[in-house]
Design a protein around this ligand. Structure first.
Ligand code: ADP
Ligand code: MG
Length: 280
């Protein structure tokens, strides 16, 4: 475990009633202050991972740690974690201030302190002038910002975001990607975001976790994932990659020689095992 890991999933599995495997022996360290993105196709376990971190789902086996302490049995409200849900889950009959202040109203804070914090959170997301607006009067992008403000107002250590931008049109989504990243640097809060959009993941993240069928395929910064995919799945999921079935035929010093059908190929490995002659 990295000594500075804020959150750690330790061998976490989740099997749902009926036997569907949501997570399969997941090990994951999340560093304090990083922007981590969970990326993968639908059904690969991204939302389940977030729900396990938030405490909405308890693992079938394995542990969830916060700064080295076991929080597996802790209720969601007792964790310093907040979630921006995919559908925002705002209260349509309440105004913006009441929505943002909802989490605070459950805590013992004076009215003045609550109002101050709500104001600051709305300021952060550029909605200071919408304090008294009703949710139904807001655009999709504005609703998204309200959901963000409501999640950051309680000053969580970890902010979980489940496909936070998927409901927005392409132009607004790009703008909000920049804003999310800026907000995260300004707050210094750890963000864990889920997306199935590789462009979004590559542009916004410090590190990306590529998931497939409940397992982690690779954890790496965007450039490493792009240049050095660890598995065939990652290579085919990230970027537009040409995969060649090839045969290892021998080496000349540093150079490894392969053939892909008629095509001779040469590779110079940076690290790693040299394969035996045969299929590569
Ligand atoms: N409450 C549940 N009951 C049964 N199966 C579930 C439940 N939640 C998720 N699953 C299954 O677990 C797998 C992972 O789901 P999920 O984490 O929601 O995927 P993702 O967010 O990556 O699309 C899927 O096969 C899904 O159908
Ligand atoms: Mg999901």
């Amino acid at each position: 475990m990295a000594p500075d890991a804020l959150v750690r999933l330790e061998n976490v599995s989740k099997v749902f009633p009926g036997g569907v495997v949501g997570l399969d022996a997941v090990d994951l360290d999340i560093a304090a202050g990083e922007f981590l993105t969970l990326l993968g196709p639908s059904g690969c376990g991204k939302t389940t991972s977030l729900r396990v971190i938030a405490g909405f789902e308890s693992p079938t086996s394995g542990n969830v740690l916060l700064e080295g302490g076991d929080i597996t049995g802790l209720r969601p409200f007792d964790r310093p974690v907040n979630t921006v849900f995919q559908d925002y889950a705002l209260f349509p009959h309440m105004d913006v201030a009441a929505n943002v202040g909802f989490g605070l109203s459950l805590r013992k804070l004076s009215g003045t302190e609550q109002a101050k914090r709500v104001g600051q959170a709305l300021d952060m997301v550029g909605l200071a002038d919408k304090l008294r607006a009703r949710i139904s009067e807001l655009s999709g992008g504005q609703r998204q910002r309200v959901a963000l403000a409501r999640a950051i107002v309680c000053e969580p250590r970890v902010l979980l975001l489940d496909e936070p931008l998927s409901a927005l049109d392409a132009h607004l989504r790009e703008q909000m990607q920049v804003e999310l990243k800026r907000l995260q640097s300004r707050l210094g809060t750890t963000f864990v975001m889920v997306t199935h959009d590789q462009t979004e993941a590559l542009s916004i993240s410090d590190r990306i976790v590529v998931m497939n069928k409940g397992r982690i395929e690779q954890i790496a910064p965007p450039a490493t994932l792009y240049d050095r995919p660890a598995t065939r799945f990652v290579a085919s999921f990230i970027g537009t990659m040409n995969l060649l079935q090839s045969r290892f035929v021998g080496r000349d010093g540093e150079r490894l020689r392969f053939t892909a059908g008629e095509l001779p190929l040469v590779a110079i490995p940076e690290t790693g095992e040299i394969p035996a002659v045969g299929d590569a």
